[in-house]
Design a protein around this ligand. Structure first.
Ligand SMILES: Nc1ncnc2c1ncn2[C@@H]1O[C@H](COP(=O)(O)OP(=O)(O)OP(=O)(O)O)[C@@H](O)[C@H]1O
Ligand SMILES: [Mg+2]
Length: 430
């Protein structure tokens, strides 16, 4: 089996010799080099791409834990081990908080080999937790204003609070308002991403995502409808495909149209949450939409949601009967809760977790998490086997993205684009 590559970060020559001797015939690990603690240390680590960095503690190494933190954050997949003359409780705590996987004291050098292998295995475990096979959930509806964004945002936040790596993509390219509900100032949007990158790497996508305190990543809709044309169906497909391996859940807040972008998003999704209000008009549009989704052979992905439920002439039984599909979730009307949540930019699942609305959406999130953990348990067995065959693996560091260029108004390609373009020009000269 391939050996784990070890880079030892140590200034002292005697200690280098000691490590070289100890690891020269080690099983499971191979010493690939030594590095000094200096300004170039991160570049050097990147160059060696080790599976394990062995940090060697010397007298007066005040910055060593800070270096450990930088390695932990900058090189996912790279384990950190610490070799130290002595160990006290304070150092142990500090090392653990800095991402150090294993601590070896100098009087216990015989355990160095095993400890390094253990460190690499622990780190592989952390890496396996990341990524996986996510669920892509599209929030969709026949009519506008039924609550897609409210549900998409709250569901995504609930999944994120449940410890799942979750992203929300706002594909309402003309008037996306998901960031408003999260009190996020959308500095970067899908328009900047698609303008600056022709092929998307996950680092690019993450670089253009906004972060919410719940841990949720948000890819925001363009700041103005005139930039919507920057985003094509190919971009939508590329986004979802690139993000899939890095998230547990990707929630798509879709517009209520049948554009190429929306159809591509629906095809990319694993679940289509079809939202409706309990009224005749919403029921009718949902029925028509289900017919269209059936023609596209997407009917198996559909889950029906009634939102803002209140007693009325149309009943849930009417939905079941006419749509010939049971309603999966009924989210109650909660005008006040939703209004205050919107005004504060704090989703109900955080601001009003005990409200009926938040409880129903949290149930929706739990059902999704339970589904995916069952799949993960199966997948974990297969992944362990595959990892054992493939041997050690390391992920490259995430590059830092420079500030993006300001956007230019796109050349209009369609009549709709042309009129928007003209009206913007008129507005500008008035
Ligand atoms: N469960 C609910 N109870 C009461 N009001 C709600 C509920 N869900 C959403 N609303 C309100 O309904 C309106 C529309 O909600 P939202 O913007 O989420 O819908 P949408 O389908 O995304 O709309 P659009 O078509 O404009 O994108 C908002 O004013 C929102 O506060
Ligand atoms: Mg919306």
């Amino acid at each position: 089996m391939a050996k784990y590559k070890v880079l030892a970060v140590v200034n002292n020559e005697e200690k280098r010799l000691m490590i070289r001797q100890r690891l020269s015939r080690a099983e499971g690990v191979a010493l690939v080099g030594f590095a000094h603690v200096d300004a170039d240390i991160m570049t050097r680590i990147k160059g060696y791409a080790p599976h394990i960095v062995l940090l060697v503690q010397e007298q007066g190494d005040a910055g060593l834990m800070e270096l450990a933190q930088r390695i932990y954050q900058g090189f996912p997949g790279c384990a950190i081990a610490l070799l130290t003359p002595t160990l006290d409780l304070e150092m142990l705590r500090s090392a653990m908080q800095s991402g150090v996987r294993q601590i070896i004291t100098e009087d216990n050098m015989a355990t160095l080999n095993d400890a390094l292998v253990q460190a690499a295995l622990f780190e592989q475990g952390r890496n396996n937790e990341v990524g996986g096979d996510p669920r892509v959930i599209a929030m969709y509806s026949g009519k506008g204003g039924v609550g897609r964004t409210t549900l998409a945002v709250n569901l995504a936040v609930a999944l994120s609070l449940g410890g799942r790596r979750t992203a929300l993509i706002d594909l309402n390219l003309n008037f996306g308002d998901a960031p408003l509900l999260l009190n996020i100032n959308a500095k970067d949007t899908l328009a900047e991403l698609t303008q600056e990158k022709t092929a998307f790497l996950i680092e690019d996508i993450k670089g253009f995502s906004m972060q919410h305190s719940s841990g949720l990543s948000i890819l925001c809709a363009p700041s103005s409808p005139e930039f919507a044309e920057y985003i094509s169906a190919r971009h939508v497909e590329m986004l979802v495909n690139t993000m899939r391996p890095y998230y547990d859940f990707i929630v798509l807040d879709l517009p209520n149209d049948l554009s190429e972008n929306t159809l591509t998003a629906l095809e990319s999704a694993d679940d289509i949450f079809l939202c409706a209000r309990k009224d005749i008009s919403s029921l009718r549009s949902t029925k028509i939409l289900m017919g269209i989704l059936g023609t596209l052979q997407l009917q198996d992905k559909i889950k029906l949601i009634i939102n803002a439920d209140r007693p009325g002439i149309v009943t849930q039984k009417d939905f079941d009967r006419i749509l010939q599909m049971p309603v999966a979730y009924v989210v109650p009307e909660a005008a006040k809760t939703v209004q205050i949540s919107q005004e504060r930019g704090v989703p109900a699942v955080i601001g009003f977790p005990r409200s009926d609305l938040a409880v129903e959406i949290s149930k929706m999130a739990r059902d999704q998490m339970n589904r995916s953990s069952k799949r993960d348990m199966q997948a974990a067995g297969e992944a362990t086997l595959a990892a054992a065959k493939a041997g050690p693996a390391i992920k490259p560091a995430r590059p830092v993205r420079p500030a993006h260029k300001p956007l230019k108004t796109p050349k209009p390609k369609t009549a709709r684009g042309a009129s928007l373009f003209k009206s913007r020009k008129r507005g500008g000269s008035a």
